[in-house]
Design a protein around this ligand. Structure first.
Ligand SMILES: Cc1ncc(COP(=O)(O)O)c(C=O)c1O
Length: 397
C-alpha cells in the first residue's frame, strides 16, 4: 500500500491518490486481489495472524487488500476513522442497524427515506423489537418531538429522493446528541465530494456505492463510515461474523470510480443546474425541484452545508399522470429506469415505480404526486438532454 498521502488534500486528489494499493510488482494502476483466502508460511504464522498478534490477510469476507484500499480511500474522503464496505447499500444499512441496535430500541427516520430502507425498518426490524417513527426531514421540531426514552438512532437522507428537500445535518446532530442518540446520514446523492456529514456533526455515513461512487452503472455495493469504535469495531465485527461483504472485484471498480468522482460530480451539478433553469422556463412544467434554484425552500441551507447542488432534478408536468407519462414516452436518448448516479441520464415516474408500493396517503404525505418526474442527470451534453425532454413537453430546445 502506498500510504504517502496528505489528509488535507482536496477530494479530487484524495480520490485519485489516497490509499493506493501497490504490490512489489510496482504497478501504477491498483492491482485486483481476486482471491477468497490467503496463505501462511507456517502454522505459527497462521496462529499469530488469526490471533491478531501479527497483521495480515486471512479470508476475503473480512480482510482483502482491494476492499481495504476502497475502504481507506472513501474514509479519507469522508473524513472518517473507519469504513466497512458491504455487498450493497441495503447491506450497509442492515449492518449498521444490526451492529448498533438491540431489541427495545427506537429509531427516528425521515419519512422520505429510500423505499427499501423504510421496508427494512417497518417490516424486518419491527419483528426484532426495534420500532421506528417517521418524520418530515426538513422539520427539525418534528425530529425533536419524536424522540422517546429508548431513541438510539436518527436516520436521514439529504437531499431526499425525489423531491430534493434538504435536512439540516448540524441541527439534527444537536437533536440526536442532546438525547444520547446517534445521527446517521445516507450520503448517496451527494457523495463526499459535495457533502461531508461527519464534519457537520453526524456520527455515521451510509453509501450505496452502486450510485455515484461507481458512476457508470456496473456494480452493486455499499459502505458504512464512522468512528473506530462503532464502525471499526462493532460494524466490522458484525461483518466478520455475518458476512454481507463487498466482493474484491466490485471494490476494484469502486476504487477506480473514486478517481473520477470529483470531476463527475461537478459535471452532474452543472448539467442539472442548466436543466432545472430550462425546465423552469417551460409553460408545460408546473414546478421544478432543484436545490440550486433560488426559490427552492432550502436553497440557503444547501449553499451552507453542501459544496454543490447534486445531479437530481424533479419536476411536475402540467396535466397529471398522462402528461408525465407523455414526457417519458417521448424520450429517445434518456434511459427509462429508476437507477441514478450513472453516466447516462435516467427518467422515472416515482408514483408508479419507486414509490408505487407505498400507500396513496403515504405518497401524498411525501409530496409525490401523479405529475411528478425525476431526472438523474448524466454526463451527456446538457443540450442533448434538454432536446430529448423538449419533445414530450411540446417545447423548442
Ligand atoms: C438513497 C439510497 N440509499 C440506499 C440505497 C440502496 O442501495 P443498493 O441498491 O446499493 O442496495 C439506494 C438505492 O437506490 C438509495 O437510493
Amino acid at each position: 500500500m502506498n500510504d504517502e498521502f496528505d489528509p488535507h488534500w482536496g477530494s479530487a486528489t484524495l480520490g485519485v491518490r489516497a490509499a493506493e494499493p501497490r504490490t512489489e510488482e510496482r504497478e501504477h494502476s491498483a492491482a485486483l486481489h481476486l482471491t477468497s483466502s490467503f496463505v501462511f508460511d507456517s502454522a505459527a504464522q497462521a496462529a499469530a495472524v488469526f490471533g491478531g498478534q501479527v497483521p495480515g490477510n486471512i479470508y476475503s469476507r473480512f480482510t482483502n487488500p482491494t476492499v481495504h484500499a476502497f475502504e481507506r480511500r472513501l474514509a479519507l474522503m469522508e473524513g472518517a476513522d473507519s469504513c466497512v464496505a458491504t455487498a450493497s447499500g441495503m447491506a450497509a444499512i442492515m449492518s449498521m442497524l444490526l451492529a448498533l441496535l438491540k431489541s427495545g430500541d427506537h429509531v427516528v427516520a425521515s419519512r422520505t427515506l429510500f423505499g427499501s430502507t423504510i421496508n427494512l425498518l417497518n417490516n424486518v426490524f419491527s419483528r426484532f423489537g426495534v420500532s421506528t417513527s417517521f418524520v418530515d426531514p426538513a422539520d427539525v421540531g418534528a425530529w425533536s418531538a419524536a424522540i422517546r426514552p429508548g431513541t438510539r438512532l436518527l436516520f436521514v437522507e439529504t437531499p431526499n429522493n425525489p423531491l430534493t428537500d434538504i435536512a439540516d445535518i448540524r441541527a439534527l446532530a444537536g437533536v440526536a446528541h442532546a438525547t444520547g442518540a446517534l445521527l446517521a446520514v445516507d450520503n448517496c446523492f451527494l457523495t463526499p465530494v459535495l457533502q461531508k456529514p461527519l464534519q457537520l456533526g453526524a456520527d455515521l455515513v451510509i453509501h450505496s456505492a452502486t450510485k455515484y461512487l461507481d458512476g457508470q452503472g456496473r456494480c452493486v455495493g455499499g459502505a458504512v463510515l464512522g468512528d473506530a469504535e462503532r464502525v471499526g469495531k462493532d460494524v466490522f465485527g458484525f461483518m466478520r461474523t455475518a458476512g454481507p461483504c463487498m466482493s474484491p472485484f466490485n471494490a476494484w471498480v469502486f476504487l477506480k470510480g473514486l478517481e473520477t468522482l470529483s470531476l463527475r460530480m461537478r459535471a452532474h451539478c452543472a448539467a442539472a443546474q442548466q436543466l432545472a433553469e430550462w425546465l423552469q422556463s417551460q409553460p408545460a412544467v408546473e414546478r421544478v425541484y432543484y436545490p440550486g434554484l433560488p426559490d427552492h425552500p432550502q436553497h440557503e441551507l444547501a449553499k451552507r452545508q453542501q459544496q454543490g447542488f447534486g445531479g437530481i432534478v424533479a419536476f411536475e408536468a402540467r396535466g397529471g399522470r398522462a402528461a408525465a407519462w407523455r414526457v417519458i414516452d417521448a424520450v429517445k436518448m434518456i434511459s427509462i429506469t429508476a437507477n441514478l448516479g450513472d453516466t447516462r441520464s435516467t427518467i422515472t415516474h416515482p408514483a408508479s415505480t419507486t414509490h408505487a408500493r407505498i400507500s396513496a396517503e403515504a405518497r401524498q404525505a411525501a409530496g409525490i404526486g401523479e405529475s411528478l418526474l425525476r431526472i438523474a442527470v448524466g454526463l451527456e451534453d446538457p443540450g442533448d438532454i434538454i432536446a430529448d425532454l423538449s419533445r414530450g413537453l411540446g417545447a423548442e430546445a
